[in-house]
Design a binder for this molecule. Structure first.
Ligand SMILES: [Zn+2]
Length: 182
């Protein structure tokens, strides 16, 4: 994606524009730039990151994105195509079928994921799995393992990703580096 700010303070994004899931209305939608930092100001200070405020085209609420500045030229400031969403949409899962304890743990896991705290997400996912194992017993644990195998096929997971998932969910807490064990 080509994206830059020109010397008239205008943001240019290639024809596809920016599409994301709005953190306010949860719609997959285009966003429109409403507040772009001034070209002169950026050129003078040359920050490594540039923050831009967009408006969700669906609900009109503000969406904040942060870009890495790739280069400062005399006529344009190039930004990297990938960006950080300062506020991310919450992941929504139907949770009503979960036992109360597992539901609480899994909600916390999703909050970690939304915040981009992936190690914390892994740890809370394991807590969720442990709570389910206790609730369902050995038989239930085997069923969940079968379910993970099905997910592996459905999602076409490679061996490394599957190994990590299995270690996070079924590994033991006494293993200090679950993500590295196979
Ligand atoms: Zn929205």
């Amino acid at each position: 994606m080509t994206i830059f700010i020109d010397d008239q303070n205008e943001l240019h994004v290639d024809y596809q524009g920016i599409t994301l899931t709005c953190p306010h209305c949860q719609t997959l939608t285009h966003v429109t730039a409403v507040a772009v930092p001034k070209f002169d100001e950026l050129s003078r200070r040359q920050p490594r990151h540039v923050g831009i405020v967009f408006r969700c085209d669906a609900c009109g609420e503000p969406v904040f994105l942060k870009f890495v500045a790739r280069g400062y030229g005399p006529k344009r400031i190039e930004l990297a195509g990938n960006y950080v969403e300062i506020e991310r949409a919450r992941e929504n899962f139907p949770l009503t079928y979960l036992p109360e304890e597992a539901e609480g743990l899994f909600k916390e896991a999703l909050t970690c994921y939304t915040a981009g705290c992936y190690n914390a997400f892994g740890a809370m996912s394991r807590r969720t799995a442990q709570s389910l194992f206790r609730e369902l017993g050995e038989r239930g644990k085997l069923d969940l393992f079968d379910t993970l195998q099905e997910i592996r096929e459905l999602a076409e997971l490679d061996d490394d990703s599957f190994g990590t998932l299995r270690a996070v969910l079924f590994g033991s807490d006494s293993d200090p580096w679950p993500c590295c064990s196979r």
